[in-house]
Design a protein around this ligand. Structure first.
Ligand code: 13P
Ligand code: SF4
Length: 320
């Protein structure tokens, strides 16, 4: 007689009722799922809070949950960890980075900062913890203009890492900003020519755009704002048709909030799906479930960097 071995549980097994399984794990772990609008529709639907980068950091700063499951990209989960060193912060896929954050390496940025010694540094939240630690104030696309407007007129400013948001903020505030030349691969992909063609084809549509887009695209926009601002505008406007120049994940919420309106994603240059963020889209509902079940991948930030990065984030939260 041979003893039959009990089959080992497969740690990567996916249950058929994923929504039910994730909701059960939320209760068991006392976890909150925070998701950005650029996530796939199922993740948006299961999130406890869905928002733009500012809303997500405000939620991360105020949550009582013991575990934060961040359905977004690395710098967002890192910001949540900087604000919550004692909580477990999970990111469904550790490869979910950001081209904009990658476009600002800390050593080069240190040299750039040293070349402008009398400047303060305002950094867009889309940057690494090391860059935050080298910054005086963090901002997002929804509060950048407000924050720059609070800085005394005679105080010179470095704005990093997004040159397009920086240029837009400079125009809105009338301030001369020294810009780090970074950009987002998603927002620089929109084709001005194809947007003009679409505007002609849909003459009643409003064209709304995120400030990370190139100036050649922004100059055609009827409204410019952060993802939350674009969502709110699409609900409040009398128009029933919109051409949307940002990651098309947001259209899921726009359509949910206004089912009778028509939303057209702005096209990329080469007819590719390059307007979808390849980093954001690495997260899936399956990976989110597995991250909660196996409590990994976890985000960690070295304590010396965390403490230096925390100050400019707190300043942003106070100034917003
Ligand atoms: P907001 O969420 O601030 O609109 O930023 C969009 C973005 O690119 C996030 O990576
Ligand atoms: Fe980064 Fe652009 Fe993706 Fe946002 S959309 S996470 S800025 S690469």
């Amino acid at each position: 007689m041979f003893a039959t071995a009990t089959p080992k549980a497969n740690p990567n097994e996916i249950p058929s009722d994923l929504f039910g399984a994730i909701n059960k794990l939320k209760k068991e772990l006392n976890a909150v799922v925070l998701a950005h609008y650029y996530q796939e529709a199922d993740i948006q639907d299961i999130a406890d809070y869905l928002g733009d980068s500012l809303g997500l950091s405000q939620q991360a700063a105020s949550t009582n949950a013991e575990v934060i499951v961040f359905a977004g990209v690395h710098f967002m989960a890192e910001t949540a960890k900087i604000l919550n060193p004692d909580k477990l912060v999970l990111l469904p896929d550790l490869e979910a980075g950001c081209s904009l954050a990658d476009s600002c390496p800390p050593e080069e940025f240190k040299a750039f900062k040293a070349a402008h010694p009398d400047h303060i540094v305002i950094s867009y939240i889309n940057c690494s913890a090391e860059i935050k630690a080298l910054s005086d104030i963090i901002c997002t696309s929804s509060n950048a203009v407000k924050i720059v407007n609070q800085i005394p007129e005679d105080q010179p400013i470095i704005f990093a890492p997004d040159r397009n948001l920086g240029r837009y903020v400079s125009e809105q505030t009338g301030r001369d900003l020294v810009l780090w030349q970074g950009s987002c691969i998603v927002h620089e992909t929109f084709s001005e020519k194809r947007i003009i063609e679409l505007k002609v084809e849909h003459s009643t549509a409003e064209f709304i755009a995120h400030p990370e887009c190139e100036p050649t695209v922004l100059r055609h926009a009827d409204f410019i704002g952060s993802t939350t601002a674009l969502l709110n505008y699409s609900q409040q406007s009398q128009s029933d048709k919109f051409i949307v120049a940002t990651e098309p994940g947001i259209i899921h919420q726009m359509q949910k909030a206004a089912p009778d309106k028509h939303f057209i994603p702005a096209p990329a240059m080469d007819n590719c799906a390059c307007n979808e963020c390849p980093y954001m889209r690495l997260n899936t509902l399956e990976k989110l479930y597995l991250a909660m079940k196996n409590k990994t991948p976890e985000i960690d930030v070295p304590e010396d960097i965390r403490l230096r990065a925390l100050k400019p984030i707190q300043r942003m939260l106070e100034m917003s």
